[in-house]
Design a protein around this ligand. Sequence first.
Ligand code: MN
Length: 191
Amino acid sequence: MAFELPKLPYRQDALIPFLSEETLQFHYGKHHQAYVTNLNGLIPGTEYEKSDLETMIRKAEGPIFNNAAQIWNHTFYFESFSPAGKRVPAGVLAKEIDRTFGSYESFKEQFTKSAVSLFGSGWAWLVRKDDGTLQILQESNAGNPIRKGLKPILTCDVWEHAYYIDYRNRRPEYVKSFWEIVDWEVVERRY
Ligand code: MN
């Protein structure tokens, strides 16, 4: 039972002008696909042969952890976007964002700072803790907060492959565009 690259919930040109079709062709079509292909080659004959991705994220080390987490992280990242979705949070999540960060604008600033300042490759995350409170955190490389018992609700990929075609070295511009494609209905559902 091999893992498969999940279908995108939109066309590869749907996020223009914020992410180009070429970025999607490479980031989704090549990088995301490569993690799937790699993991399928790694797990036969190991204890993870019949595991789901979450189990590997919690327990595996080395290449199996890296590729399993990268599949999960990218699926979660791509599914956070829509070409014409809800661009600000509402309801209980909006209340919790205000309570924790002061306001949505202040949350955006703090998350942006976390994404822009992350050294090297990795992911900025918004997570929900067991008590319903929120936290922003940085994870290097394939890092995923599930490993720490936290529930991810939003992530920004800051590996260079996520933005180099469209933004070259200008990570802050990429993160600014990120807010134009996040679909808060998806994030609210996860919370
Ligand atoms: Mn990526």
